[in-house]
Design a protein around this ligand. Sequence first.
Ligand code: GDP
Length: 425
Amino acid sequence: MNDDTVFALASGAGRAAIAIVRISGPDSAAVLTAMCGTLPFPRRAVVRALRDAEGELLDRAMVLWLPGPKSYTGEDSAELHVHAGRAVIDAVADRLAGLGLRPAEPGEFTRRAFLNGKLDLVSAEAVHDLVAAETDAQRRQALRQLEGALGDLYRDWSDRLRGALARQEALIDFPDEDLPPEVEADLLASVHSLRGEIGAHLDDRHRGEKIREGLCFAITGAPNVGKSSLINALAQRDVAIVSATPGTTRDAIETRIVLGGVPITLVDTAGLRDTTDPIEAEGVRRARSRAASADLVLTVIEAGSPFDAGGLVVANKSDLYPEQRPDVLPVSALTGAGLPELLARLAAEAIALTQSGGPPPLTRARHRTALSAAARWLADAEDAIEPELRGEAMRLALRAIGTITGQVGVEDILDSIFRQFCIGK
Ligand code: GDP
């Protein structure tokens, strides 16, 4: 289905020593031969002169000839490791276009790999996550998914459901044969346990999705207790405006930090007090809504003041108050006292909210939607009295799970998945 050959810059933009131009498709061999004279030995790095149509030298590059099907895309492919100057890259791209190649779409290499059966959709999505990974927890989760842990889980569910469906169909097709009486009970037990496992997987407090997307920690407290100063101290840069006038932090101010390998957005919930200033009131409204959906609320008080907050309470300005209550975490944004303890506590919370030693967690909304649908169909199957209706519900559940790994009818969702990729991947 891919009779055109594509190319793309697979390395990043910006100053670098080497740029990698990737080529995939049936004309790869002809293009390499045209540019470097002869086809290099497969899968071995060689240095070749790359030439334009007139034979003029474009660059001297390391070249890889990667014949299919043992390539990333499964097609004949090649890589040109050229000097990363803009003019070199442009000249090589012009030459490839002149030879009839077209620039690849975002994610097209991985899409071709999927269409050629080199990886399933869950692994393809993991490639995207690995390329985008900014923290260690994201990298580990993406790699685990790329290595197949999550795909295997979903395929195991598909296989078991397919087995149960086969037995259900036997009951429908041969109602008068003497099928052993336990067939129906067995298949219902399979459906029941599958529904339980899928339910448990769905009910994971969004751990995997939070590793991918990050957590939100809201910082609340009365004006002037030092919330902005504390965020600045935690983020070690001046992100919030610190002022001695109450109510100056007008908007919800966000800053990203990484703790325990998890990206965390700290939201400063502008002095939560009733106000007549419309701009400040909007800040307060947003802050309240962020705080309401936050994964953790950190209440900042001024050390020495009474409070009635629950959860994690941080008493700031500990430098002014030597006496501390035992139920608060004393810190001083000014001197830095107590900050290491606070950071350690926040990291522990981030890890508790995201990580678990069990099976791989669900990682994206697309999978969640499909699995929720599957769980509903399985519940329908359990409730169905008519064998035909039960069979149909099981078929629909199987189909929903199959869309996750790409085993069934996914043509319509491929665009939305691969569009998020970068070009060259
Ligand atoms: P916010 O309104 O809660 O965001 O408070 P700010 O961060 O703007 O701080 C209010 C005032 O308290 C500023 O004058 C800060 O310099 C001061 N402040 C903040 N943290 C500390 C601290 O740990 N010790 C002392 N002594 N002053 C602080």
